[in-house]
Design a protein around this ligand. Sequence first.
Ligand code: NAD
Ligand code: IPM
Ligand code: MN
Length: 376
Amino acid sequence: MKHKIAVIPGDGIGPEVIREGLKVLTAVADSTPALSFEFVEFPYGSEHYLKTGELVPEGGLKELSRADAIYLGALGDPRVKPGVLEQGILLKLRFYFEQYINLRPIKLYPGVPCPLKGKGPEHVDFYVVRENTEDFYVGIGGRAGGRSEARLEVLRSIYHVKFDLDIESDRDEIAYQVGVISRKGAERAIRYAFELALRKNKKRVTSVDKANVLTHVYGLWREVFTSISKEYPDVETEFAFVDAVTMWLVKNPEWYRVIVTPNMFGDIITDLGAMIQGGLGLAPGANINPEGISMFEPIHGSAPKYSGKNVANPLATILAGQMMLEQLGEQKAANVVERAVIGVLGEGKVLTRDLGGSSSTSDVGDAVVAKIKEMG
Ligand code: NAD
Ligand code: IPM
Ligand code: MN
């Protein structure tokens, strides 16, 4: 089948790793009968923003809507205030396309050094299903202070009682941000996690939250988890608090099969997960709308210090391409990409610096392409 892929290389190392991802997708299409791609590139990112003031225009969203999937590098640039590009482009796309699942496999491949003593590939192989549109990412909040009536109003109604602020003073400023979980949002993420557990034969789902403190939002999350788990009697379930999970993931990663968690904890624990699978250079992610357009990216950011140096590891992005193939129904091609990556890692000859080698970003892409060609 022919798939139309919107490509957003983005910032920093984004363009370098995406270039290798595209090489690999092209190679797998060449070696797979009836698979082909049309790549359409979009300029969104810091350069475009600094030149034009534009993040993602309405027309751009319309054009992106015509793609079968989006392939994204990374966003973020030290020249731009934190949040502008991340919220204005990355989160905008996740929300606009209602990509309510952020699926992040944590899998340690043979040959990749693991920082955990005594742990190998047989110990690190699970999925994090991160809810991707709610929680503290909904963007509700503000700052209030000074003497303006509007601001004083917020202070009086929300915080005065609790914080004993001198609301008339210019110096007592507050900032607040609200997390929101909806029953519908929790249900669809949790159900996805259970279905994944069945599909991948990983029949233990751990709900990670902080229901002992943030009782409103994560209380609802737990209620929904409990009720959905009853529909899946063959799947073992448990709750864990997020602080403890950071400890367990280091101590006993082999316990985990599928973790499902609200947005912010999912963000945090998957960087930890990335480290136990060999680093951010190896960790892919998929922003999935099962009924719509999904977006595939490495979970790392733009790593400004490596930008333009051809040293970043492109494997996370290449593996995000593998996830894209799987989501597009191209399972055989997805397997080819994964096997090629496993081959390159297993040989251990062409590795970037983060994996202890001295090869360049493009060397690694070339090595994966060569493996795909070898496999015919
Ligand atoms: P980062 O993920 O960009 O980098 C952190 C560190 O991880 C790097 O300094 C590097 O040592 C290592 N690293 C990351 N990717 C690597 C790769 N492919 N190969 C080798 N090493 C790699 O996180 P950060 O420094 O906190 O953020 C930089 C910018 O990226 C910020 O603007 C941030 O907001 C943004 N960001 C974007 C995304 C995204 O686009 N999805 C994700 C995270 C951060
Ligand atoms: C990620 C990133 C993003 C997130 C930021 C850049 C908005 O950290 O994809 O993990 O928090 O989701
Ligand atoms: Mn993150």
